[in-house]
Design a protein around this ligand. Structure first.
Ligand code: CA
Length: 253
């Protein structure tokens, strides 16, 4: 269940938003100030934050800007709420780092659609979309993993870990980032825990010859690599004469 933090000082709005989100299968937590939001995020990263612009004390815009400046929260998905709807405010909100923007009053369906779109874009591991890299496919709705049709049996933690890695292939994740995004806790769990579950994941993937896809990046963390053949196909060869801007180049055949 994706976890959504609602930062809103008007209790009626906060409760309505929380109720609707829970109805749609999200786990919610409500706080009424930037300071409380900061406390929650410091202990565990939510999957997404619904952030009100006008808050007592530090504003939502200032908070978003601060989160964007911090490596740990840089990619935290944020949907900003505001009572104002002027163009200049919208630009300011998006400049501060909001991924999307919704002016009050807003409909529940619209909020849900925005949240889904932002999650799909920024945190695909928290959506119900089947993810596939190479032969390895994971279906979150049936909780099944298979490699070229051969089932792979994983424990719940390895499943979540693989789901996150498959959703962000080729990127290097530090142990702290994996704890944040897979375990939801980077404070109280030892980083060694990640190594233990990576080892188990590789063991589970070995019978289907996919263990090597989980790479250790020395001094950095872990990465799920595309199989070599697929990686080569993904590289679009640049024509020799292509000193023209990319946008005007013909699409690859
Ligand atoms: Ca407010």
């Amino acid at each position: 269940m994706p976890r959504i933090l609602i930062v809103e000082d008007e209790p009626a709005i906060a409760e309505l938003v929380a109720l609707n989100l829970r109805h749609s299968g999200y786990e919610t937590q409500c706080v009424g100030s930037s300071a409380d939001a900061e406390r929650v995020v410091r202990s565990a990263l939510p999957d997404l934050v619904v952030l009100d612009w006008m808050l007592p004390g530090e504003s939502g815009v200032a908070l978003a800007r601060r989160w964007r400046a911090d490596t740990r929260t840089r990619n935290l998905p944020i949907v900003m709420l505001t009572a104002r709807s002027q163009e200049s405010d919208l630009v300011q909100g998006l400049d501060a780092g909001a991924d999307d923007y919704l002016a009050k009053p807003f409909g529940n369906a619209e909020l849900l659609a925005r949240i889904r779109a932002v999650l799909r874009r920024k945190a695909p591991e928290s959506t119900d979309v089947t993810v596939q890299v190479g032969r390895l496919a994971l279906d979150p709705t049936t909780m099944r993993v298979a490699a070229g049709g051969v089932p792979v049996h994983l424990g719940p933690t390895e499943f979540r870990l693989l789901r996150f890695l498959l959703s962000h292939p080729e990127r290097v994740h530090t142990r702290a980032q994996l704890l944040d995004r897979v375990w939801g806790d980077h404070v109280f769990i030892e980083e060694r825990t990640v190594d233990v579950h990576i080892k188990r994941l590789r063991e589970a993937l070995a019978p289907v010859d996919c263990a090597a896809m989980i790479e250790t990046v020395r001094g950095a963390g872990y990465r799920l690599a595309r199989p070599a053949a697929e990686a080569a196909a993904a590289v679009v060869p640049v024509p020799v004469a292509a000193s023209v801007p990319r946008s005007s180049a013909a699409p690859a055949a």
